[in-house]
Write a protein that binds this ligand. Structure first.
Ligand SMILES: [Zn+2]
Length: 278
């Protein structure tokens, strides 16, 4: 997980269409507020916050300018854009207050369903399999329950690290392919998002193997250079030198590309390349 630098401005169409939908949703809530707060009426069933796909299409393109087709949580590159989900940091349709809790607290943050600040892009696994409606707070009594509590949003202390508002690397670092927590929020974020899942381990390991290969290519070239410096009369090695040099250049370029913000698993690569050497 790395810091994501989203533009501060919502795309104009999202703002306009999202605000219009929000007004409808808030009006519907106010007409049956007790029923929505108790969960007697639910957003899905009563068409409140239909999570209009046309509005999200507008958001997706703009979000991808800062997400680079990567999941905001696990940093997996999702090759098919349709497989990247618009993720609501604060869930719009109901909230699970803690890991393992089977009950949804209704109605969720319906008034933030189209709020630019609340939107991120994530992969299907993080969005639908792990995080789902989970949104624990440090202090449950401070939770905003409806659009009338919007002013309380800043008083909430979410447990989950928000990569668009803070640097996740202050909370989660990597030991090779294993994510480690630096803080309690980091520990819970790893758990909530399943960042230690077997599938992610495999993908990260494959990526690290490529990095290691690149390091070996560079080492090989450096060793040959050393040998040739000590044995300048050995001209037969010139062809090998050219071959190894071109591999080393490509390897250095690859290593450099792995730590760019658009690179898959860039946080892991940064920690691997900055690991203490023996
Ligand atoms: Zn993910």
């Amino acid at each position: 997980m790395i810091r994501i630098y989203k533009s501060d401005e919502s795309p104009k169409k999202l703002l306009k269409k999202g605000e219009a939908q929000k007004l409808i949703d808030c009006g519907e809530f106010d007409s049956h507020d007790a029923d929505y707060l108790s969960g007697k009426k639910k957003l899905d069933e009563l068409k409140l916050t239909k999570l209009n796909p046309n509005i999200y299409r507008l958001a997706k393109e703009k979000l991808n300018e800062s997400h680079f087709s990567k999941c905001c949580y696990c940093e997996l590159i999702v090759k098919l854009p349709d497989h990247l989900h618009v993720e609501h940091f604060r869930p719009a349709r109901g909230v699970t207050k803690e890991i393992g809790d089977k009950h949804l607290l209704y109605p969720g943050y319906y008034w933030l369903a189209y709020n630019w600040k609340n939107l991120l892009l994530s992969c299907g696994e993080c969005n639908s399999h792990y995080k789902k409606n989970l949104f624990p707070l440090d202090d449950e009594s401070k939770r905003a329950r409806s659009h009338h509590d919007d002013h309380k949003i800043d008083e909430e202390s979410p447990v989950l690290v928000n990569p668009s508002l803070e640097d996740p690397r202050q909370h989660i670092i990597f030991d090779y392919e294993t994510p480690l927590h630096k803080t309690e929020r980091g520990r819970l974020t790893i758990k909530i998002l399943g960042l230690r899942s077997g599938q992610l381990f495999e993908r990260r390991k494959e990526h690290l193997d490529k990095l290691r290969e690149s390091e070996k290519d560079i080492e090989c070239f450096e060793k040959l250079e050393e040998y040739m410096a000590e044995n300048p009369e050995d001209e037969r090695l010139q062809t090998i030198r050219e071959y190894l040099e071109s591999r080393a250049i490509k390897a250095a370029e690859f290593i450099q590309s792995c730590v760019e913000e658009k690179a898959e698993f860039s946080s892991m690569c940064l920690d691997y390349l900055n690991r203490p050497t023996a």
